[in-house]
Design a binder for this molecule. Structure first.
Ligand SMILES: [Zn+2]
Length: 314
């Protein structure tokens, strides 16, 4: 299939190509990601998501931004009062006012402005293969001359640290959102696209969603770290492909919106089982395959056994 701007985010594109988002989706919750691929589940676009796109289209150029504002006017603008309508005033909803502030922050910085002004291709789509699997990437800005990739990112804070279960330490937003994995994948696919051996320059322009937005231009190139990220992908990809093909039953994460919406109770739990260290191993999704105890009778039988077990505690 020929990928275009219009079909890039379609289900068909997701079924044919792996992407960084889909890969991250499988790591978070296999059951939810498969349900999305099978068309059984779709994420509702949140206001934050629309505001993020509003921010992104600004850097694509005035035409793309105007088109986006026209297409999403109901989400962006508040209802006009009679007085406002008479004076021709249209106020934006808070997340879009905030996005305007962030755009202004970028525009007011000389270094960022020089990156905006650099001639290049916006929303550049590339495809390639990683470990035998077709992948697709979409670069916010690609500068072929000098091979530079620029990604515009919004984040809650550039400096605040967040706990990472994978790395067992507090990390910056770069690691919290898997941007090093993304940079590693983008660089591999770009190298195939450009028939080059050296890594392209990978730059993130980050603007924070704070009242006084923070800003930073960050260079992600780091070959050893890319190798680590790619080895992780290689390690996990075969299992993901088996889940995608319906050969392996997907695991439920147990905590996401999909898992909550499709949750069935099989047993009464002791109170301490709510603590993460007592949480049971991820269970097989019962939506995609056969449901084990699918009748009320079987489920009430399942309910009884743990009560006996709890009484054993004395
Ligand atoms: Zn889940």
């Amino acid at each position: 299939m020929e990928l275009t701007r219009d079909n890039y985010y379609s289900l068909e594109a997701d079924r044919e190509y792996m992407s960084c988002s889909q890969y991250q989706g499988f790591l978070e919750c296999e059951a939810k990601q498969l349900a999305k691929l099978q068309g059984r589940w779709a994420d509702e676009p949140s206001e934050a998501f629309v505001a993020g796109n509003y921010f992104h289209t600004y850097f694509e150029g005035p035409e793309a931004h105007k088109q986006f504002v026209d297409d999403n006017a109901d989400s962006i603008f508040l209802k006009q009062t009679k007085a406002e309508a008479e004076q021709g005033i249209r106020r934006k909803r808070a997340p879009f006012e905030q996005a305007d502030k962030m755009i202004q922050t970028a525009e007011n910085d000389e270094l960022i402005k020089s990156l905006i002004a650099m001639p290049g291709e916006n929303e550049k789509i590339m495809t390639g293969k990683l470990f035998g699997v077709p992948w697709r990437i979409r670069l916010d800005k690609y500068i072929p001359d000098g091979r530079m990739i620029i990604d515009w990112k919004t984040c809650a804070s550039i400096t605040e640290l967040r706990w990472s279960d994978e790395l067992h330490q507090k990390v910056t937003f770069i690691d919290a959102y898997g941007y090093m994995m993304r940079a590693a994948v983008y660089s591999e696919i770009e190298k195939q696209f450009a028939s080059a051996a050296a890594d392209p320059h990978f730059i993130i322009v980050a603007i924070s969603k704070q009242e006084f937005p923070d800003k930073e231009v960050i260079f992600l190139n780091h070959r050893q770290r890319y190798d680590y990220e790619l080895s992780k992908i290689k390690e996990r990809l075969q299992h993901i492909q088996f889940v995608r093909a319906g050969i392996t039953t997907p695991k439920r994460c147990g905590v996401c919106d999909y898992c909550r919406a499709t949750k069935k109770l099989w047993a009464i739990k002791p109170y301490y089982a709510l603590m993460p260290e007592f949480r049971e191993a991820r269970e097989d999704d019962y939506q995609s395959g056969e449901v084990l105890a699918d009748t009320p009778e079987k489920r009430s039988m399942a309910l009884l056994s743990p009560v006996r077990a709890a009484s054993d505690l004395g």
